[in-house]
Ligand binder design. Structure first.
Ligand SMILES: NC(=O)c1ccc[n+]([C@@H]2O[C@H](COP(=O)([O-])OP(=O)(O)OC[C@H]3O[C@@H](n4cnc5c(N)ncnc54)[C@H](O)[C@@H]3O)[C@@H](O)[C@H]2O)c1
Length: 252
């Protein structure tokens, strides 16, 4: 993997799960980091833990439903590091439901965070990315690629992120900005089997894993490695790609 010394990456939803793993992976590859999330204590602790061996990590508390957040995030990155090379749009929410048990409020919230916030922060990042070229990596879902049962609004929002990824890739390719998406399958984070703990959660994860061709659910690190690859110069001729990281689930 190419070393990214001197480059700055922004990671949203960095205080838990896949986002925290992406932050660790990008730090290990030499990025300066602006971590974004809602939980000040967890975010500050992660930034401190990553600020070793020459890595500089900062945390900014922000709610991505706030229309002022994107500009504040970009300005914070520029103030701290003077540039933005990588934006990882990772934050997301899932409220299960079919059409007949999805409320207007739940639909609107998933579209706003999973799709709208990705659009708004990507738009705000464009001038800084354009300055030297860069990469946006969107964390979509394998449900962006296939239908899903019982997660209507979530799956629709992620499919729209896939289309946003392709369209922005085309619009900004000539500006040296690559836009790709990772499409995780079931991954062992607080989002999966939410509400279960202990033995019940372990049994649920085993059952999910048994339905996956590779026989297990993913780890946050499985997703983080591919994200770091797409952010790096090793993926320098890739844009508009939707990469499943799902143990083969979407292949069938
Ligand atoms: N875990 C899975 O099985 C799975 C599968 C496919 C895709 N994904 C996607 O991976 C991404 C990361 O999810 P995860 O599994 O790590 O779950 P998670 O719940 O641990 O992480 C989601 C993060 O997004 C943050 N977030 C949510 N709303 C926010 C808001 N309004 N403002 C700022 N931050 C906000 C949360 O605080 C949290 O840190 C999400 O986009 C999710 O849809 C997860």
């Amino acid at each position: 993997m190419l070393y990214a010394s001197g480059r700055c990456a922004i990671v949203t939803g960095a205080t838990s799960g896949i986002g925290a793993a992406i932050a660790r992976a990008l730090a290990a590859r030499g990025h300066a980091l602006l971590l974004v999330g809602r939980r000040q204590d967890e975010g500050a602790a992660l930034a401190e833990a990553l600020s070793v061996n020459g890595t500089s990590a900062r945390f900014l508390a922000a709610d991505l439903s706030d229309r002022a957040a994107p500009e504040a995030i970009i300005q914070a990155a520029l103030a701290a590091f003077g540039r933005v090379d990588v934006l990882v749009n990772n934050a997301g929410i899932l409220t299960p439901g079919r059409a007949d048990d999805t409320t207007d409020a739940s639909w609107d919230q998933m579209m706003d965070i999973n799709l709208g916030a990705v659009f708004r922060l990507s738009r705000a990042a464009l001038p800084a990315l354009r300055a030297q070229g860069g990469a946006i990596v969107n964390i979509a879902s394998d449900w962006a690629l296939t239908g899903a049962r019982g997660a209507l609004a979530y799956a629709v929002s992620k499919a729209a992120v896939a289309q946003l990824t392709r369209c922005m890739a085309l619009d900004h390719a000539a500006e040296g900005i690559r836009v790709n998406a990772v499409c995780p399958g079931d991954t062992d984070t607080p989002m999966l089997a939410a509400g279960l703990s202990g033995k019940a959660r372990a049994e649920a994860l085993a059952a999910y894993g048994a339905a996956i061709p590779m026989g297990r659910v993913g780890t946050p690190e499985d997703v983080a490695r591919v994200t770091a690859f797409l952010a790096s110069d090793a993926a320098g001729y890739m844009t508009g790609a939707l990469i499943p990281v799902d143990g083969g689930m979407s292949a069938g």
